[in-house]
Design a protein around this ligand. Sequence first.
Ligand SMILES: *Cc1c(COP(=O)(O)O)cnc(C)c1O
Length: 407
Amino acid sequence: MDPAALDAADPLRCFRERFALPEGKMYLDGNSLGCLPRETPQKLANLVDREWGENLIGSWNDAGWVSAPERVGAKIARLVGAADGEVVACDSTSVNVFKALCAALSVNQGRSTILSERGNFPTDVYMMQGLETLTGGRVRSRLVDPEEVIGAIDEDTAAILLTQVHYRTGRIRDMATTTAAAHAKGALAIWDLSHSAGAIPVDLNAARADFAVGCGYKFLNGGPGAPGYIFVAERHQADAIPALSGWFGHARPFDFEDRYEPAPGITRFLAGTPPILGLAALEVGVDLMLEADMAEVRAKSIAMGSLFTALMEPLCAAHGFALASPSDPNQRGSQVSYSHPNAYPIVQALIARGVVGDFRAPDVLRFGLTPLYTSFAEIASAVDILRAVMDEGAWDRSEFHERSAVT
Ligand SMILES: *Cc1c(COP(=O)(O)O)cnc(C)c1O
């Protein structure tokens, strides 16, 4: 596994120059905030100067602003195995989780429990708990250990809410078998794709998924706070009642009627005026991702993960790192995580030397692998720098122990 040879043979290497990558940084955090596509600043400048600055409100019609959520949604649909008209780009992932939970409960009448796993990404679980509070306990939020989810689905389970690729460990859940197990018990399956869309091949319809949500700013490179998206399987759309029944999801928003009537298709899952600047940046990232062959993306991601874990083996023995991700690359998304008691200061020392990964409480160093712009040579350098940080004890400086608001 010679990094230079792997880079020379990499079919995706031409994508690297499509991103603005800062000099001297090895960026292994694209699973938290993806890099800036080179085309994005120009696209946004044009939107601001001409579409907004000159054409003003006319751009809602003339520049396709009004249909941007459906247009970008249809592109995301192609990345996640959904059909045109099943995905809309809007709101944050957190808000979309709430919308999907409410919609699932409206489709699966008579059941009141939402089931998830302990250690799931917090916002998903918090949204479940918020819904329980809002309904005065009529909707019940239930958490069980990860390996107990399937066995815990019962006749009151309206839906399970799971993340396909776990944010901390990168573990992949088998979407098709888990969804089938939910359906066998009369429950629906809601999937969070935040760490899977653009990272691994996703096929929502082959898995018969009912609802899904995901992030725009991670592997889709949509920029900080980019809109997320929601998928509602076509078979549920007519029965799914939008809880956030805003005017953009109305059948005829510009009739300004007193009575809410949901739009017939996926559009009913819009709430308010779409964030056009954010959607424009997201569209650039999604278009770029669509140019890549997902099988090549996955193959490179697996090869990068294998190189990383192979190079890390001596450090695990010498410095006490423990692989926190599945050791089988087929069970891992596009990240590798290690636990270490001094994970936080080690990550800060790495960042100071240009290796940008992140820390996830309580003790995890997380390294995102983004096949479109990460090279094998960078993976090898990153591990070299980690070795130096450990050998020199450079992580144990007081400044590296200070916690920032965002880790
Ligand atoms: C990143 C992430 C989110 C983020 O939600 P926001 O509303 O965009 O802050 C949600 N769920 C999962 C699983 C994530 O990894």
